[in-house]
Write a protein that binds this ligand. Structure first.
Ligand code: ADP
Ligand code: MG
Length: 351
């Protein structure tokens, strides 16, 4: 009733707090894969392979050939807020690594079963150890291992009935995972990436480092996409505005698609920027007569203090200083490129 006394406020148990937070960092299997691949990139790997069972709900396996994890760090590896990347708040401003919060692996242990196999340089054998709720389940066991680290996540969301059900009822996350690895493979063209369903001998993404950007796009997205792309670059070093460099590939007037593909990296981080995507779509619809959505691969580099990477737990959205003027500059560059290519084409057909 209205006059009842207020309910008591109680402190939540740490395990409850951790599971709630974990569900936010790891929203779906593809989010776990993104965190794992970013850890592999941070570990200076040259090869990353991903294997997925049951849309990632049964099994996610990410293997790399990076620097590995020290035996003495294994006990705290999956605790919340343990990281080798950040030590003081100010580091956030200049941080080059993808990770910094020390939350990803911990989160996975609160919503799934995590097993780590790793070996560091010069060791005769590696170690394997499993984690639950942030802690090691047993002492690391010596095992045979190849260079780098393999992280296995089993039974994701086993303890979150609603999440599991929603994911099981929707389309499985495997296409999202393929899409994610495709994007990384295009940007990190000097690395090897593979992504497959567990047990399948056919990879759905498979790139070998050392090719050109266009080759990487061709390998991942197909020759018909690569054929209709134009190279673009802009740099703006007007000191009163943000200093930035943009380079990439954009589709020309022959390209036909119902959906926009926008692969965006800002300071080598895979991100989304809805405002930029809309702005680019607008240029295409205003410049090209055909109602086709564009294909865009764009890599933007800004001084690191112009990008705030810490606005979202998944780190997928970033906020940019002078975002409006930056978008204007990119819009003009794309418009100019489309106009010139269009007129060249018309000119050529007339001749
Ligand atoms: P963060 O990436 O924010 O530091 P994570 O929970 O993702 O936090 O990882 C915790 C730590 O574990 C990292 O700082 C890193 O030292 C180590 N680590 C995780 N994955 C790998 C990997 N694949 N190779 C080497 N070290 C790793
Ligand atoms: Mg990380």
């Amino acid at each position: 009733s209205r006059s009842s006394s207020p309910p008591r406020i109680r402190r939540l148990e740490a395990s409850v707090v951790n599971r709630i937070a974990a569900g936010e960092v790891i929203q779906r299997p593809s989010a776990a894969v993104k965190e794992l691949v970013e850890n592999s990139l941070d570990a200076a790997s040259t090869s990353v392979s991903v294997s997925v069972k049951d849309g990632g709900l049964k099994l996610l396996l990410v293997s790399d050939d990076g620097h590995g994890i020290r035996h003495e760090d294994l006990p705290i590896l999956c605790e919340r807020h343990t990281t080798s990347k950040l030590s003081k708040y100010e580091d956030l401003q200049t941080i080059k690594s993808m990770g910094f919060r020390g939350e990803a692996l911990a989160s996975m242990t609160y919503v799934g079963h995590v097993t780590v196999t790793t070996i560091t340089e010069g060791q005769l054998h590696g170690y394997r150890v499993s984690y639950r709720d942030g802690v090691m389940e047993h002492e690391p066991k010596p095992c045979a291992a190849v260079k780098g680290t393999q992280i296995m996540v089993e039974n994701l969301f086993y303890n979150m009935a609603a999440r599991r059900k929603t994911l099981q009822n929707s389309n499985d996350d495997y296409p999202k995972i393929v899409d994610l690895i495709s994007r990384f493979a295009v940007h990190y063209m000097n690395m090897n990436f593979s992504c497959r369903k567990y047990g399948s001998n056919r990879a759905d993404v498979h790139t070998v480092g050392g090719s050109s950007r266009l080759d990487a796009i061709r390998t991942v997205y197909g020759a018909s996409v690569a054929r209709d792309l134009m190279e673009i670059s802009v740099s703006d070093d007007n000191p009163t505005r943000s200093i930035f460099k943009m380079e990439g590939f954009i589709s020309n007037s022959n390209y036909l698609a119902k959906k926009t593909t926008m692969i965006l990296f800002i300071n080598d981080r895979l991100v989304d920027c809805t405002a930029l995507k809309r702005a680019v779509e607008l240029v295409y619809s205003a410049t090209l007569p055909k109602a086709s959505k564009p294909f865009i691969y764009m890599s933007i580099n800004l001084p690191s203090d112009h990008v705030d990477v810490n606005i979202h737990p998944t780190k997928r959205e970033v906020s940019l200083l002078n975002q409006d003027s930056l978008i204007d500059t990119i819009q003009s560059a794309i418009e100019a490129k489309l106009m010139s290519s269009n007129s060249t084409r018309i000119f050529q057909t007339q001749v």
